[in-house]
Structures are given as C-alpha cells and as structure tokens.
Design a protein around this ligand. Structure first.
Ligand code: HEM
Length: 466
C-alpha cells in the first residue's frame, strides 16, 4: 500500500473553543480535533441561543445507521435544509436541487428520465471534444508549470456547457459566467453561516453578491435555451442527445406534464451549479494525488496504454480504465467536493441520546465519514486500490458518500465519473504530471473542498512510446 499522506488541516487539539469556531468559520473542515476522526456518534453543535427562527439547534450525525435513516429510509422526513435552499436559490431557482416534497418528486421523475436518455454513452463525443480542447490548451500554454485548478475549472465549465447545449461556450461569455460563479460560491458559504447565526438577509452583505452574480449566470444560461426553443418552434432539427434536448422531450410518466421555459431555466442553472465546481475541484485533486504518487501514475498510464495505445476511446473502452476510475474515487474520498449534507428534521426524533425537534438541523459530515479511523484502513492516505479490495467493501458501503445517498443521490454521478476518467486517461497518455517543489495545496471547505493556494503542477509532454 502506498504511503502518500496528502495534506489536510492539522487537528486543532490545543485550540480553545473560540479558536475552533473561528477556524470552522473560515473553512468547515478546519475546526476539528483529532478525536473527531475516531468517533461515530451524534453530537450537538454549539450554536448561539437567540430567539430568531433560523438559529436552530444543529447536530453532527456520524452514525452510519442514522445516516441511512436520514438519506435513504426516511428521506421524506428529512428534507433538504432551509439553509442550503436559501444559499443556492438565487442561482438554482425552484429547481429539483432546492425543492422538497411532491414538487421535488415530480421534477426528479422527469430528470431521471432525461439523464437516462442523454446518458453517458450519448454525451461521450461531446465530452471527448472538451477533453481535446483542454489538452490543447495545456500544450499551448507558455509554461509547463501552472495552477491546474484554472484549467480544470475551464474544462468542467466547457464540458457541462457542451453536454447541456451541444455548443461551445464563447470565450467572453465563459469569462463572465465563470467569474460570476466564482464570486457566487465564495459568497454562498459566508452567507449560509451568517444566516444560520441569525443575521437577517437585508443586513447580510453577501445577499447582494449572491443576487447579482446569480443573475449574471442565469442571464447567460437562458440564451442557449431560448435559441433552442425558437429553433424547435421554427421546425428546425435540433440536438436530441444533449441534456437540454432530453429535458425538453421528456414528460412526467405520471401526469404527462413537461417542463416549461422557466422550469428549464431553473434546472439548467442547477446543473451548472451542481456539476461545474464539484467536477473541477475533484479533477484538480486527482491530478495532484497522481503527481505526488508517481508509481500510481505510471500504473494508471500503463493500463490506459494497454487498453488504448492511441485514438479516441469508444464507450466500451472507458470501463477498461479501472485504475483511473479508482483514483478518482479515492480523490473523492480524501477531498469530497461536498463536505457536508444538511437536512432539516420535520418531526420529533430520538437520535441516540439526543431529542431533535422539528426544524433542527441534521448535518452529515462527509469529510469526517470518509476519514474515520474506526472504519477505514489508513484513512488519511492515498490508496486507489482500496476500491478493488474485498476487505474494504464494508467501509465503502457504510461510510462512502461523495455523491450523497438514497432518493436524492446525485443525478450526475456517472456523468462526473466518466468525465474525470476520460480526462485522466487521455491526459496521462500525453503528459507526465509532476509536483512542484515548495508548493503544498492547502485544503479548505467552503461550498466545496478546494485548495486555498491553488494546485500548482508541472505537465511534461511524453513521446508516443511513453
Ligand atoms: C464530482 C462531481 C460531483 C459531486 C461530488 C456531486 C455531489 C453531489 C451530492 C453530494 C449531492 C447530494 C446533495 C444532497 O443530498 O443534499 C448531489 C446532488 C445533485 N447533483 Fe451532483 N455532484 C457532482 C456532479 C454533478 C453533475 C456533473 C451534475 C449534473 C450534470 C450534478 C447534478 C446534481 C443534482 C441535480 C443534484 C440534486 C439531486 C436531488 O436533489 O434530487 N452533480 N451531487
């Protein structure tokens, strides 16, 4: 087993309560003490006791049985938290991502169908175009050493845009949209914390940022939707295999209803929100881990070259890149883009020794579950092989949830996995990726887990026989 232990925030054993609170305010994975990685209990998080509606009691749920109860067995009793809906609503509108109950169920029925139609096989050529464009950008850079998060950001934005619309995003629109998205996600985390500490929306400076930037992104995303709707109205032939085409053509199997323009706008915005940043950061971490573990990188490359020495992969080739897939899974374990999954209790609940009331927050810390020392062998170390190891099956089934679990599991999970596997496979066939001396990424969790100081790597082109 490899011994690479990639960076994580140092456990804060000696810090006092105020220092821990400050660390968590800065980054939600930074306030933990070492003991937090060894327990599987439910604990009450200390919150200020103010008589304001949104300041509720919060519980950190680390018990795998209760996690299943909340996300899988009784998901309807634990809807998506008000805090999450508030933070993301200015971008994702009333989409499935932010709704609950029957409204969510109706949307999910159509979207599940749409994702089956615009399945990973159908979007493969669109993804490969984005991979080619990204590798060309890397080749064309003036320097082989750069912050790879800039590239994975562009790549993930490009891929989501192409697979949504079968169009390439114009450079100016991309800059405007990605800039606004960056600002949105920075503000969303801080807004969420202040909001749950009782700061009213009209006094929260982040609310204006969220409204402004959400509007910029939504204004960009309605343009290709309107182009498509006009083309359909004019009787022109339009793409059927991308996500927009499938969303337009699918109807609710129970009511026959189809999404209208406003609903399409909300969903497309939600996919952009859910699928861009998550994919970009996880790919950045995957490349970093492979750069630090050259032996593993060689093994991934060997497997790719054996399966496909040259040319574009067909759909049947993708499953041959097992090590690339397991590397991505392991990167998602070590740096899960979504560090927490939050739900609200709607009934009185007895969770172990705690009594929860309606409105209390049940927060599932994906980061801690993925690194629990009682569950995982070498939890803080990079080991893609664990996903092929029979002895670790139990850990994976009880405590691995980068895409969530149950009815609200990520609709884009296989989409994101295919995108990452393709990128890693094609990239390693062309480049050796090396770490840069003196640079160590600093993981921090806001809306997603990313590196505070970027991820600087070196890309060395390989000759054809590498
Ligand atoms: C590595 C990439 C990704 C990760 C780690 C990820 C993670 C997650 C997680 C943890 C959830 C569940 C949230 C919860 O239960 O509260 C989720 C939901 C969702 N994801 Fe992803 N996601 C990724 C990529 C994508 C992509 C590419 C798309 C779309 C193209 C997408 C669309 C969605 C949607 C629409 C939901 C909401 C599902 C619902 O509420 O029913 N995700 N994602």
């Amino acid at each position: 087993m490899t011994n690479l232990r990639p960076p994580m925030p140092e456990p804060k054993d000696k810090a006092n309560a105020l220092q821990k609170l400050w660390a968590s305010f800065d980054s939600s994975i930074s306030g933990f003490a070492a003991g937090a990685y060894r327990t599987l209990t439910i604990t009450k998080i200390r919150t200020p006791n103010l008589p304001i509606e949104q300041v509720k009691r919060a519980f950190l749920v680390r018990d795998p049985e209760w996690i299943r109860e909340i996300l899988v067995k009784r998901y309807a009793d634990f809807p998506k938290s008000k805090q999450t809906r508030k933070m993301l609503g200015w971008l994702a509108g009333g989409s499935m991502f932010t709704s609950n109950g029957d409204d969510w169920l109706y949307q999910r029925r159509i979207i599940d169908q749409a994702f089956t139609n615009a399945g990973v096989k159908a979007v493969l050529p669109l993804m490969l175009d984005a991979v080619d464009a990204s590798l060309n950008r890397i080749t064309g850079r003036g320097s082989a050493t750069f912050d790879v998060t800039e590239e994975t950001n562009l790549f993930a934005g490009d891929i989501i845009y192409r697979t949504l619309f079968s169009e390439e995003i114009a450079r100016d629109d991309a800059n405007r949209m990605f800039g606004a998205f960056e600002a949105y996600q920075r503000a969303a985390y801080q807004f969420g914390i202040s909001w749950s500490l009782g700061v009213p929306e009209f006094l929260n400076p982040q609310a204006g940022m969220l409204k402004r930037n959400g509007k910029i992104i939504r204004e960009e995303l309605i343009k290709p939707i309107d182009r498509r709707l006009s083309a359909i109205e004019a009787g022109e032939e339009t793409p059927q295999n991308d996500i927009l085409g499938s969303l337009i053509s699918c109807s609710d199997p129970e009511t026959g209803k189809r999404f209208d323009r406003g609903e399409l706008h909300d969903h497309i915005s939600a996919f952009f929100l859910a699928g861009h940043e998550t994919s970009a950061v996880s790919l950045g971490w995957s490349l970093y881990l492979l750069a630090k573990d050259q032996e593993m990188q060689d093994a991934v490359r060997r497997e790719v070259l054996e399966a496909l020495p040259e040319g574009r992969p067909a759909f049947s080739d993708v499953r041959k890149f097992q090590l690339a897939r397991n590397t991505f899974r392991e990167a998602l374990r070590l740096y899960p883009p979504v560090a927490y999954i939050n739900r609200d209790a709607t009934k009185e609940e007895k969770m172990r020794k705690h009594e929860l009331c309606p409105g209390d927050l049940a927060s599932i810390p994906v980061w801690l579950m993925h690194r629990n020392e009682e569950i995982w062998e070498q939890p803080h170390e990079f080991c893609p092989h664990r996903f092929a190891d029979h002895d670790q099956k139990e850990a994976i089934s009880s405590a691995y949830l980068p895409f969530g679990l149950g009815a609200r599991v990520c609709v884009g999970a296989s989409f994101a996995t295919q995108e990452a596997v393709l990128f890693l496979a094609m990239c390693l066939r062309q480049f050796r990726v090396e770490p840069v001396e003196g640079h160590t990424p600093d993981p921090m969790a806001r809306l997603t887990i990313r590196s505070r100081n970027g991820i600087v790597l070196k890309f060395v082109p390989l000759d054809d026989k590498a």
